[in-house]
Design a protein around this ligand. Structure first.
Ligand SMILES: [Zn+2]
Length: 150
């Protein structure tokens, strides 16, 4: 019989009250996890981890189908979690942003990311006025990540 791996027991909550969106870049996963669990004390949250993080919510003009799918996932998660809080995290040296396959990155990458985060925050505030939106920017240095609140 196959051996089972069992996680440590956690208190279960019916639904997460937080939705997190961040990039799926493998360099950042342990740091995002650490930040959410250790710093923000989040044991349960709904997560969308895709290349570029919340940028998919800004692409209605360039990639309408892409944006439509992203918003569908997002609304689904919001429907099952009824979040009081959205946490959006962008990061330095984002390869999705640098790729430019689907759009032309113009100017400073960080500025573009911060502008996109602000745009998504405004959109979320309009669609889900009861929830608060927190923005963070992460940067790796010497094997550690620093998270700046925006
Ligand atoms: Zn990235």
């Amino acid at each position: 019989m196959a051996e089972l791996y069992r996680t440590a027991p956690l208190e279960t909550t019916e639904r997460a009250a937080t939705v997190v969106v961040h990039c799926s870049d493998p360099r950042y996963q342990p740091h995002f996890h650490d930040f959410l669990r250790q710093h923000l004390k989040l044991d349960h949250y709904a997560l969308v981890a895709v290349p570029g993080g919340s940028q998919f919510l800004t692409l209605a003009e360039y990639l309408p189908k892409f944006s439509w799918v992203g918003w569908r996932w997002f609304k689904f998660l919001v429907g099952i979690t009824r979040p009081e809080r959205f946490i959006l995290i962008a990061h330095d040296d984002c390869l999705w942003y640098k790729d430019g396959r689907f759009w032309s990155p113009a100017g400073d990458l960080r500025q573009q990311q911060v502008r996109d985060l602000a745009g998504v925050r405004a959109e979320l505030a309009e669609r889900f006025p009861a929830a608060r939106v927190e923005l963070y920017y992460a940067r790796l240095h010497d094997g550690r990540a620093a998270f700046e609140a925006l």
